[in-house]
Design a protein. Structure first.
Length: 254
């Protein structure tokens, strides 16, 4: 029996760009990059006629981007839903492309499956190609953790930062700065070497900053700004953490 479940329209959004009315076998025009959001907006049809009076039930759509996650697949799926005869519906699924993705072509598989009242399976399958490109130079702050984010009597905290090279070239002059004058934080590390290969241990660089606050520091919120550069002076990424400092109640002398 010919499947009565059909993919009839597909639009793909890569970040702010759109490629509409794609067909099975197409290559998505807009290239993704590390960290891109890729959204698939598709329409499904139940091609049974009103005279057939056959719904397709428990439909699930699965989209797989093969090999994009450090050699592994990324997969998203819809909740199950039903389609009445001679009707259609639109669904969306969205992916975050990993930062450590390699520049390459990736196969995208869209597969829909459901059953009719006679327990006959109906399915539709499309395949697309997604290209991932990397800028010549791009150094980003990959992780950024301040713990604890609020201090009182115990005036200690720790900031852990990791920068990553997601560009297409090795970097010999990456730079990391972490600063707040009120807290006495003044980290400036130039000439950091970062490999362009996501599989290389030197693709990332980690920095741990122990923060010890003076007892007389005023209560308030203190912004700790971290910056990542390439060529030592070309700013690529900025992140800010806020450390809340509370007054330490003095013990009453009885």
């Amino acid at each position: 029996m010919v499947s009565k479940l059909r993919i009839s329209d597909l639009d793909v959004y890569v970040d702010k760009e759109s490629d509409v009315n794609l067909d099975n076998g197409d290559t998505i025009e807009d290239k993704a990059k590390p960290g891109s959001k890729v959204k698939f907006d598709f329409k499904l049809n139940n091609d049974f006629t009103d005279d057939d009076e056959i719904n397709i039930e428990e439909i699930m759509v699965t989209i797989t981007i093969e090999g994009v996650d450090d050699g592994g697949d990324l997969e998203e799926e819809t909740d199950t839903f039903d389609l009445d005869q001679d009707s259609n519906t639109r669904k969306e699924l969205e992916f975050d492309i990993p930062l450590n993705v390699k520049e390459d072509e990736y196969n995208v598989i869209i597969e829909a499956k459901g059953d009719d009242k006679n327990s006959v399976e109906h399915s539709a399958k499309w395949e697309l190609t997604l290209n991932v490109d990397r800028k010549s130079h791009e150094v980003v702050i990959n992780s950024y953790t301040l713990s604890p984010i609020s201090v009182g009597c115990n005036r200690k905290s720790t900031l852990e930062v990791e920068i990553m090279n997601i560009g297409a070239n090795d970097e010999d002059e990456a730079r990391l700065t972490i600063k707040n004058s009120d807290l006495g934080i003044d980290v400036d590390e130039p000439n950091i070497k970062l490999s362009e290969d996501p599989d290389d241990d030197e693709n990332t660089y980690e920095k741990k900053v122990s923060i010890e606050l003076p007892e007389n520091l005023k209560a308030g919120n203190y912004q700790i700004e971290t910056r990542a550069y390439y060529n030592n002076n070309i700013l690529e990424d900025v992140k800010t953490a806020v450390l809340e400092v509370k007054d330490c109640p003095k013990e009453e002398i009885i």
